[in-house]
Design a protein around this ligand. Structure first.
Ligand code: NAD
Ligand code: MG
Length: 383
């Protein structure tokens, strides 16, 4: 039996993690749940899973909590994340909040010696060196939930002491894979939210359309697997069956395959190194028929180029890329800017702020704030 705290339990990853808890009631007990603003769903989850603690980062008055849910400790505001990450004892902490909000939680959980299951890629993108140092200090590897990084982690289980010479990071290419730049620049919110293979939260779905998701994942892979960017190759694979692969010195390539279903990587982190049923459909290679591959296009998708430039710049450049992207995606989702403005805004912020330092969390949060301010300043001209 493992105990688990879930930060961001009402999201796409959080709700799927709870489906897996429901599937294996003899294996998991939920100790803490947090959400941002979806109080109604959190109430249902608390009623079903009966955690010791629950909280909303967007506070509501205590009198709004239904009487039958007062058995658990309620914490409001940012403190909810800290308590769930570091105070309520649990074997595992799943960080599945979206955005840089996850960084402090990951650090809090690691500093409390907790095993972190990491869905929130933004924590590594913005504070990768600090997060990896903290994980090394407590001697517990971060267990990746992101499907590509879980795939690489799974492939590495068969690597013995051999270091891969290359990571092959697959990408679906998103809804605009075949669109030209002009058409993409005018894409609507609905078009960008229409992902061909995966059903995910709004922010990561927009990131998939712009390929900023893959940009963030290059940075995530750099930290998780200690690989320089020139050894991380993006491979566009529209069927999303190969979730990523590693190449060895002898030319052998090991890949992880399966139908696109996040329950598999989520549960692998939850039960590692054991494997249990997930409810996912088996892969039918005959029904699939064929798989195709193409290179990522850094001209139509500047995110791919910007990720490598920011990694090479070092300091807080990746934090700036992330903060500017979060602000630009939020503006696009509010329908304030056209789709094409997202990468223009990020590039503008990176050009202005790529020299900022990232020696500690304060530096990182300052760089994030500066990136958001730069986007706010550049945005009116791009409306
Ligand atoms: P989502 O938008 O569906 O859910 C986000 C969760 O975080 C919700 O529970 C929400 O209440 C909470 N939240 C939102 N803003 C918050 C804030 N400011 N502070 C604290 N909590 C907040 O997102 P998602 O798709 O589940 O993605 C979560 C994370 O997992 C992201 O970092 C994403 O990149 C990563 N991820 C998701 C998928 C996927 O399939 N959805 C795949 C790989 C990686
Ligand atoms: Mg991914």
């Amino acid at each position: 039996m493992s105990t688990i705290n879930i930060l961001g339990s009402t999201g796409s990853i959080g709700t799927q993690a709870l489906q897996l808890v429901r599937l294996h009631p003899d294996r998991f007990t939920v100790k803490a749940l947090t959400a941002h603003s979806n109080a109604q769903l959190l109430f249902q989850q608390v009623r079903e899973f009966r955690p010791e603690m629950a909280g909303l980062t967007k506070p509501i008055p205590m009198e709004d909590i239904p009487a039958d849910l007062r058995f658990c400790r309620w914490v409001m505001g940012k403190e909810a994340l800290r308590v769930a990450a570091a105070e309520v004892p649990a074997d595992q902490v799943l960080v599945s909040v979206v955005g840089i909000a996850g960084l402090q939680s990951v650090m809090d959980a690691l500093n409390a010696g907790r095993q972190v299951l990491l869905a929130n890629k933004e924590a590594l993108v913005t504070g990768g060196h600090l997060v990896m140092d903290a994980a090394r200090r407590i001697g517990k590897p971060l267990l990746p939930v992101d499907s590509e990084h879980s795939a690489i982690f799974q492939c590495l289980q068969g690597a013995a002491d051999n270091q891969p010479v290359k990571l092959l990071l697959t990408a679906s290419g998103g809804p605009f894979r075949t669109w030209d730049k002009e058409r993409m620049a005018r894409a609507t919110r609905a078009e960008a939210l229409n992902h061909p293979n995966w059903s995910m939260g709004a922010k990561i779905t927009i990131d998939s359309a712009s390929m900023f998701n893959k940009a963030l994942e290059i940075i995530e892979a750099r930290w998780l697997f200690d690989m320089p960017p020139e050894k991380i190759q993006v491979v566009v694979h529209p069927q999303s069956i190969i979730h990523s692969a590693i190449e060895f010195a002898d030319g052998a390539v090991i890949a992880q395959l399966g139908v696109p279903d996040m329950r598999v990587p989520i549960q692998y982190a939850m039960t590692y190194p054991e494997r249990l049923p997930t409810g996912s459909k088996p892969l039918d290679l005959f029904a699939l028929g064929q798989m195709t591959f193409e290179p990522g296009d850094p001209v139509r998708f500047p995110a791919l180029r910007l990720a490598v430039e920011c990694l090479n710049a070092g300091g807080a450049a990746c934090t700036v890329l992330n903060g500017a992207n979060e602000a630009a995606v939020a503006a696009f989702l509010r329908e304030e800017i056209p789709f094409g403005a997202i990468s223009t805004l990020v590039e503008g912020a990176v050009e202005k702020l790529c020299h900022l330092p990232a020696n500690n969390l304060d530096d990182i949060f300052a760089a994030d704030a500066a990136a958001r301010a730069a986007v706010a300043e550049l945005l009116p001209a791009l409306r």
